[in-house]
Design a protein around this ligand. Structure first.
Ligand code: AMP
Ligand code: FE
Ligand code: FE
Ligand code: ZN
Length: 286
């Protein structure tokens, strides 16, 4: 069983539609894929329909924007009830504030001389929750930077870069509380991704474990070998589940589907702990 528990679609900052994503996951030889768009479940209906006929098991999820004392962190939420009112309301707030903040980042970029427009960014994002990768694509298109990665520099939209604007985020303990209230399972996404900005220390991970977080993503493209070993040790110490995933975003990022995977026993444990929803099991197997 090949299990990838973190991927994005056009419902947030991925480049593949939910249908394309599910089909590509099958082509990549995956048996289980989690759809974890940033702050939204709007891609799940389409992904569910396609997964049923494509023969892949789909784990409904989301990646919730949090921050701890100014450090941006992401909490993966699996198998929660999407109808849980309070959690749904928070996702709406998070998603809506991405629009306000996207406009503000575009404004700063313009002040810094980049000829990009909000209209174009909105077009690139389509119906998806707006994120910095959409703005990065506009910056590339306008010839301001050569690559998306270059847009994530201190000169432009990196964390605390010249054109950076904060967005509404949740306290991670609050996110964990909401995810669990909705019957879901919380896993800390890429906790050691230092190349993206500051990361939290092991004492914070311990606090979150005490608050009911179930696991941490250890095998992730943004983690080097030393980071993985440290995190694996910490997970063992704290009794946390260890997951692995690609954080696939389609052509806008180099991450390949299935480049990291999760142990089937860990996946089974996540499913066993969830009470909000079950995985979508295919009706045919091709
Ligand atoms: P946002 O959620 O709008 O703050 O944007 C964060 C997203 O930008 C992440 O989920 C990644 O997809 C992407 N991202 C963050 N840092 C980088 C980076 N250094 N290079 C490329 N993409 C990045
Ligand atoms: Fe992303
Ligand atoms: Fe993330
Ligand atoms: Zn992600």
């Amino acid at each position: 069983m090949r299990i990838d528990l973190h991927a994005h679609s056009t419902a947030s900052d991925g480049a593949d539609t939910p249908s394309q994503l599910v089909r590509r996951a099958r082509e990549a030889g995956l048996d289980v894929l989690a759809l974890t768009d940033h702050d939204t479940v709007s891609g799940l209906a389409e992904a569910t329909a396609v997964a049923r006929e494509t023969g892949i098991t789909l784990v409904p999820g989301a990646e919730i924007s949090c921050s701890w004392r100014g450090i941006s962190i992401h909490m993966l939420a699996y198998l929660f009830d999407p109808g849980h009112a309070e959690f749904a309301r928070e996702r709406d707030l998070l998603r809506d504030d991405r629009t306000r903040r996207g406009r503000a980042i575009v404004e700063r970029c313009r002040e810094l001389g980049a000829p990009i427009t909000w209209e174009r960014v909105r077009e690139i994002a389509g119906d998806g929750a707006v994120g910095r990768p959409h703005i990065a694509r506009a910056l590339v298109e306008a010839g301001v930077v050569a690559t998306i990665q270059d847009a994530f520099s201190p000169d432009w939209i990196a964390d605390n870069g010249r054109a950076y604007v904060e967005k509404y985020t949740l306290e991670p303990t609050r996110a964990i509380e909401l995810i669990r209230a909705a019957g879901g399972v919380a896993v800390f996404a890429h906790p050691g991704a230092r190349k993206r900005g500051r990361v939290v220390g092991p004492e914070v991970i311990a606090e979150l474990a005490a608050a009911g977080m179930a696991g941490i993503e250890v095998d992730h493209p943004d983690h080097d070998e030393d980071t993985r070993e440290e995190l694996r040790g910490l997970a063992k110490e704290l009794g946390l589940l260890v997951t692995g995933s690609s954080d696939y975003h389609g052509s806008v990022k180099p991450n390949r589907l299935g480049e990291n995977t999760t142990d089937p026993a860990v996946y089974e444990e996540i499913v066993a702990r969830a009470t909000g929803a079950g995985p979508v099991i295919p009706t045919c197997s091709t």
